[in-house]
Design a protein around this ligand. Structure first.
Ligand code: ADP
Ligand code: MG
Length: 464
């Protein structure tokens, strides 16, 4: 039995703890820096926050009608028919979900859009839609888009394994309209190009007027909020009255203090240098940061000194996931039996209780920092809108990280209380699902109300 040198071990453990800790000063500095980058982005200058206009304001809750949404954002392609009752209620009347075959994701752009048009044709037929009427459609396209209007936007660059040719640099709404025309579908009017973050805010605020922030905490992270049009320089030429939802693309915020583990993770990623905040906060990365710390601790003989197989099992990139971290942190048994079982399943035998305690603390440091950063970013946006925190702000959050990693969301709340004391009660996080479906339908409804032609036929009518 080898025993670790207590001094060396203790020193490394307190080094790590300090490395990942966020002081009050760190949080306040981040909030100030965030405000600075928001200002830069809004003024139309190059900065870490893009601050993209969405061309829609919050719904009033009185929007009514029937809308179709089409959602392309990953491995699945989804069509929904959504009815808005004009009283804050939404009903999904029909849905069709299909996997996007790899050869479609990576073939010709035209074929990808034809694939969606075929899906739409089948959906309309199966659900008995009258082809002589007009239906408003919101297209949720969850890739980086440069928006140019409520129903127009150019794909900047494919992500998530898509490479379909001839799409980058083009307006994806025009490509969709052309494909619908090729398929002979003329009962669809594409009235909105939506995004999951804006959809999340819209889905909640349709029935909750205090909601003015939408946040994604899932594979990635992003946020949007309500801004005065007069503050958005990109809207030059447009009337300055009113408000608009701004998609911040906050995952790219870069005034963050990175550790050696963050720098190594970034260098090994597919997009080095990009999305610094996302790489410290979101589900795709938390487990990988913790794994890198774990491997370092094992190599320094601080962790798993007498447990066989640890280095081998955790050496590979991706071999510790965020859901596993959440499981480790969630084990509250006195002997950490759950962590023991988890390690055994991984092929690590003979862990000591000290090993398991340290592993749990290690996960806590990494997730605690992520939650602290997410909370500070949220605090920055809320105080941008309401510096004295005088009003209630509901933050609609979508994503499995928020929904399932209970320690993570609890820590976010705790950080807001540390920052603002009792006033933090004015910030309420709520889980809001389906921004890319129901939320997108609400975007289409708001766009239809605001459009000079007025609402389309469908928004006055019910579906068959
Ligand atoms: P997406 O962001 O792609 O729409 P989700 O919102 O479901 O999808 O988020 C998926 C991410 O959430 C994954 O990267 C995963 O790491 C994280 N996640 C899923 N389940 C859990 C869990 N139980 N605990 C912590 N994180 C989780
Ligand atoms: Mg999602």
């Amino acid at each position: 039995m080898i025993t670790p040198s207590l001094d060396a071990c203790g020193a490394f453990v307190s080094y790590l703890e300090t490395l990942f800790a966020l002081s009050m000063n760190d949080l306040h500095t981040m909030i100030n820096d965030f405000h600075g980058d928001m200002r830069t982005g809004l003024s139309g200058h190059e900065g870490s926050l893009k601050m993209l206009p969405s061309f829609v304001d919050k719904p009033t809750g009185r929007e009514k009608g029937a809308f179709i949404t089409l959602d392309l954002g990953g491995t699945h392609f989804r069509i929904l028919a959504v009815q808005l009752d004009g009283k804050g209620g939404t009903t999904v009347l029909g849905t069709r979900q299909t996997a996007v075959p790899r050869k479609v994701m990576q073939g010709r752009g035209e074929a990808l859009f034809d694939f969606m048009a075929e899906g739409m044709d089948a959906f309309l037929t199966k659900r008995g839609f009258e082809r002589t009427r007009t239906y408003d459609l919101a297209f949720t396209f969850s890739f980086p888009v440069e928006p140019t209007g409520v129903s127009a936007g150019m794909l900047i660059k494919w992500t998530k394994g898509f490479t379909a040719t001839g799409v980058e640099g083009k307006d994806v709404v025009i490509l969709l309209k052309e494909a619908l025309r090729r398929k002979g579908i003329d009962c669809i009017r594409v009235t909105a190009l939506a995004n999951d973050t804006v959809g999340t805010l819209m889905a909640r605020s349709y029935r909750d007027p205090s909601c003015d922030l939408g946040v994604i905490l899932g594979t990635g992270t992003n946020a949007c909020y309500r801004e005065k049009c007069a503050h958005i320089a990109r809207l030059e030429g447009a009337p300055p009255e009113g408000f608009m939802i701004v998609n911040m693309e906050w995952g790219n915020f870069d005034k963050v203090r990175r550790t050696c583990y963050d720098r190594d993770l970034d260098a090994a990623s597919v997009n080095p240098g990009a999305m610094p905040l996302e790489k410290m906060v979101s589900g795709m990365y938390l487990g990988e940061i913790a794994r890198r710390v774990l491997v370092d601790a094992v190599q320094r003989d601080v962790l798993f000194l007498n447990a066989a197989g640890a280095l081998k099992r955790f050496k590979r990139k991706g071999s510790l996931t965020t859901p596993e971290m959440s499981l480790i942190e969630g084990d509250d048994t006195s002997d950490l039996a759950g962590v023991h079982d988890f390690l055994k399943q991984k092929g690590v035998s003979g862990s000591s209780i000290e090993d398991r305690r340290l592993l749990k603390r290690l996960c806590g440091w990494v997730s605690g920092r992520g939650a602290g950063l997410a909370a500070a970013a949220t605090a920055a946006v809320v105080t941008w809108m309401d510096p004295e925190l005088k009003h209630r702000h509901t933050v609609a959050v979508d994503g499995s990280l928020f929904e399932k990693y209970t320690r993570f969301s609890a820590k976010m709340r705790a950080v807001l209380t540390d920052l603002y004391g009792k006033k933090a009660d004015n910030i309420a996080w709520v889980h809001s699902r389906d921004g890319s479906g129901r939320g997108a339908a609400i975007i289409a409804a708001v766009a239809a109300t605001a459009s000079p032609q007025g609402p389309g036929h469908s928004s006055k009518a019910n579906f068959p």
